[in-house]
Design a protein around this ligand. Structure first.
Ligand SMILES: [Zn+2]
Ligand SMILES: [Zn+2]
Length: 254
């Protein structure tokens, strides 16, 4: 292996797989049950995440997609079982709204040291579609543990968080992380983003497991983000095109 990934063991059956050498600092998560495993997102597609997952578990693995932005589906092509929300079925099947040139620019700027054998010029966006669609409220049984699907649109139309009630783990994708929360793209919706935050705020969460940046997220940050959206709404400023708002520990770009 090329040491591209950093693996953190969250508990003996749960692993965070992180790409800290790239500015996106993307996280994917491997959840192992007794009969099967799921991989939440597959990261940037720069190194062999399938090989790494194969070292961590021998169980059959299905990929669950938080959303079909390029930085979360980069390694999807290395797996055969791919699940996504229906609202992003098209994106994952070749109709992703960014061009390959734009994605390659994001991949390389600012620069980082790529592993040997990776050629950015040959990078491709995953477009082979999904083997399964999941819906809000679905419960995915892994044997001894189960994962709930929460449709949390706003950052993207089919964005989903995944929640494990027994462990209190909330996998938040790009809905909650410490950094700049993006709701300014044409396909984003700041009001839906706010409503999705309100929804996950009601859960009994013990640990927030984000899609980017630090893994040390206080659960209270969900409430702080909700307050920030509420404040922008009350001031009449929760409108796309208004720019970047800085708060303590995060920013909101609308
Ligand atoms: Zn995203
Ligand atoms: Zn992202």
């Amino acid at each position: 292996m090329d040491n591209w990934f950093t693996v953190e063991t969250l508990d003996p059956q749960t692993f965070a797989i992180s790409e800290y050498r790239h500015w996106e600092e993307t996280h994917s998560y491997l959840l192992c049950g007794t009969h099967r495993a799921v991989l939440i997102d597959t990261g940037l597609g720069i190194s062999d995440i399938r090989g790494l997952v194969g070292e961590l578990t021998k169980l059959p693995v299905e990929v669950l997609t938080t959303h079909a932005h390029w930085d979360h589906i980069g390694g999807h092509g290395q797996f055969s079982q791919i699940a996504v929300h229906p609202a992003e079925q098209d994106w994952i099947s070749g109709q992703f709204p960014l061009t390959l040139e734009m994605v390659q620019k994001n991949l390389m700027d600012p620069a980082c040291e790529f592993p040997k054998g990776f050629d950015p010029a040959r990078y491709e966006i995953y477009r082979a579609g999904a083997s399964r669609l999941f819906q809000d409220g679905d419960c995915i049984a892994l044997g001894g543990r189960s994962v709930q699907v929460l449709h949390t649109p706003g950052h993207s139309p089919g964005h989903c968080c995944f929640y494990e009630p027994e462990r209190g783990y909330l996998y938040t994708g790009d809905l909650v992380y410490s950094g700049c929360l993006d709701a300014f793209y044409p396909t984003t919706d700041p009001i839906l983003f706010w409503e999705s935050i309100q929804r996950v705020q009601k859960l009994e969460t013990k640990r927030v497991l984000p899609g980017h940046h630090t893994l040390q997220i206080p659960v209270l940050m969900i409430g702080h983000i909700e307050h920030a959206f509420a404040e922008l709404f009350e001031r009449g400023e929760l409108c796309k095109g208004n720019g970047m708002y800085q708060f303590e520990g995060f920013a909101i770009h609308i």
